[in-house]
Design a protein around this ligand. Structure first.
Ligand code: RAM
Length: 346
């Protein structure tokens, strides 16, 4: 199934700055193929965004930020992607983008390794590859745009669950797909943080909802059934936490089994308001996509090569440096709760 969504101009709503620039965007879509020529003066500025899967509001927001940036630098924007977040489901879209002759590919990887051959071929054909959100092995791309340090993302979630369950008892993790580079890195660091600082918390299982709403919902039910003593669930995926919250909100566990992790304010609002969830974290996905698009532009124009020490301009976000392993850091994770969730719209 070949999914292409070419969006029109995104409408932007600036909400409030609480350490983040907040842009919520609505997209109107129509279909069409890429022509491989992005126009502009600085090279081939046709940029294709390839999320883990389509239909995830997180990527709708991140990619609208990408589209905004592409508009700003005068390129052409396209979004394509699979319906399932499986290890190889992105390969055909990478190959098609390369055949179309796009200048840049911005991708959140479902697997660190499985898409590398396709990315190698695309890069040999001259496509600049930016990973964002979820990386490949570093040698498979030019730069990786990281939303926050993995240590910071792991720690904020461990801190939240520890606080919510009184720092003791059984917890489970409800993750995305089993091969997701980003979630796996965060989970490993969460385990280290639990072992180092929370000896009375026991992680009993890591379950995988595949970033699919129904699978995540069913896995939540199964965790609660399997572990009657469960005190909390950490879901480091916006799809998982929303599905788990929906399950908990109408169950006997509402308010007694804690739920935290990474969520979008718009998906989590009703569950914060009804008392299912007290606090969760995320970053600004629109800024992440915006920064990733500007990084693609900088690679295409030759402003950077992806070497450590390179720096580039990213529109309204200012200047960014490329760090070790070709990684660019967006910022810090942010905690949402009943006091501030009303200020956000994404
Ligand atoms: C989901 C995806 C994405 C992740 C967020 C937190 O939308 O798994 O990769 O960064 O959750």
């Amino acid at each position: 199934m070949f999914g292409i969504k070419r969006t029109g101009r995104a409408g932007a709503i600036v909400a409030l700055a609480l350490g983040m620039t907040l842009v919520a965007a609505g997209c109107s879509g129509n279909t069409g193929g890429g022509d491989g020529d992005g126009g502009g003066d600085g090279g081939n500025l046709a940029v294709t965004f390839l999320p883990k899967n389509l239909g995830n509001p997180y990527f709708d927001t991140s990619n609208s930020g990408g589209e905004e940036a592409v508009d700003e630098f005068g390129g052409t924007y396209e979004e394509v992607g699979p319906t399932e977040a499986s290890p190889t489901s992105q390969v055909q879209y990478i190959q098609t983008a390369a055949q179309q002759g796009v200048g840049g590919l911005v991708i959140s990887a479902n697997d660190p390794e499985a898409i590398c051959d396709a990315l190698d071929e695309a890069r040999s054909a001259g496509v600049k590859v930016v990973t964002f959100d979820s990386d490949t092995n570093p040698e498979c791309r030019d730069v990786f745009i990281n939303q926050a340090t993995s240590e910071g993302i792991a720690k904020v979630q461990v801190d939240l669950i520890a606080e919510q369950i009184g720092d003791a008892g059984q917890i489970a993790v409800l993750s995305a797909s089993a091969n997701a580079t980003n979630q796996n890195a965060w989970i490993e660091l969460m385990k280290e943080e639990l072992a180092a600082s929370h000896p009375d918390i026991e992680l009993v299982e890591v379950a995988y909802g595949d970033d699919d709403d129904q699978t995540s919902f069913d896995k939540t039910a199964a965790l609660l059934q399997t572990y009657p003593e469960l005190k909390g669930i950490v879901s480091p995926t916006t799809v998982g936490i929303a599905a788990a919250a929906r399950y908990l909100s109408t169950s006997e566990y509402k308010g007694t089994v804690a739920l935290t992790g990474l969520g979008t304010p718009n998906q989590m609002r009703e569950y914060v308001e009804d008392g299912t969830v007290t606090a969760f974290a995320l970053w600004n996905p629109a800024d992440l996509g915006y920064l990733a698009a500007w990084a693609a532009q900088a690679l295409i124009t030759g402003e950077i090569t992806g070497e450590e020490g390179d720096s580039f301009e990213a529109g309204k976000l200012g200047s960014f440096d490329v760090g070790a392993d070709g990684t660019v850091l967006l910022g810090d994770p942010f905690v949402f709760d009943a006091d501030n969730i009303g200020d956000f719209d994404f």
